[in-house]
Design a protein around this ligand. Sequence first.
Ligand SMILES: [Ca+2]
Ligand SMILES: [Ca+2]
Ligand SMILES: [Ca+2]
Length: 327
Amino acid sequence: MKILQKTSFVILFGLAASFIRGQDQPPVVTGTGDQVYCPGASVSIANSISITDPDDTTTTAVYIQISGGYSNGEDLLTLTGSHPNISSTWEPVQGELTLLGPATYIEFEAAILATEFSSNSASPSGTKQFSITVGEANFLPNTGHYYEFVSDPGISWTAAETAASGRTYFGLQGYLVTLTTQEEADFSGAQASGFGWIGATDLAVEGEWRWVTGPEAGIQFWQGRSNGTELTYANWNGGEPNNVGGGGEDYAHIAAASVIRGGAPIGAWNDLPNAGGGGAYASQGYVVEYGGMPGDPTLNITATTAMSLSLCPIITNRRITHRIKRN
Ligand SMILES: [Ca+2]
Ligand SMILES: [Ca+2]
Ligand SMILES: [Ca+2]
């Protein structure tokens, strides 16, 4: 009788706990790695990795992105060794290696530890950061936020703003992206899967460009047209914003790579009417950011590791000549 009561209590408690916490608990991903990379080497992106999950033992995919200091055309992530239940795909624009299962977390941990960074640069320098995560949105370590491009050809800015604020990511509140540093602009522009609307408009007062979404809502970042004044940070395409056409242009988007001009970087911005433009200026979708909103939960679905790129000077003594290599 006592055992039955105890069993019933455990079952009831379990049901109550499931009810309180909802359907599915996200895994907790932790890792370490702070390696030095020498020219010609191939080095593991992590020294240790742990994925724990209160209610699952398997998942469908793990995403590893070079999320800081990425150099497209030079940097590469490769899955080494034999992993029967996991295949890998390298996507060079985002600098992201997808480890595709389904497989157990234990199998994914082994695959992450077997993932190596290499660079074909003759004189590698700087620091690379790696985001190892169980969800599809890209994680930028320096903001701690997540970013995703949502493809939705033809969507207007106002519809995109509503759609973005209706999205959540592991409980984080979505909003049309706010890009307040060059790194964040590059991450959501050049290093993203597509181009789209961002959370900026000068609808209220012509030429007063403000972020109107997310934690930065209300902040003016630009005054005037293409020859205007940068107040915080802006990343306009050459000749933009220009407010052309009878109805003007009051909504900002990340312009397609094919129309970047005037020395602006890939991912630079343009102003458009609410419905978007034609041809290369047609609306392709929108970019959603998650993080920094009131009430957001604390997420631990991403581990971040780093690697310093160095020329690793040759050290000579009487007996041995070798390159210094630390792991
Ligand atoms: Ca932002
Ligand atoms: Ca305007
Ligand atoms: Ca324009």
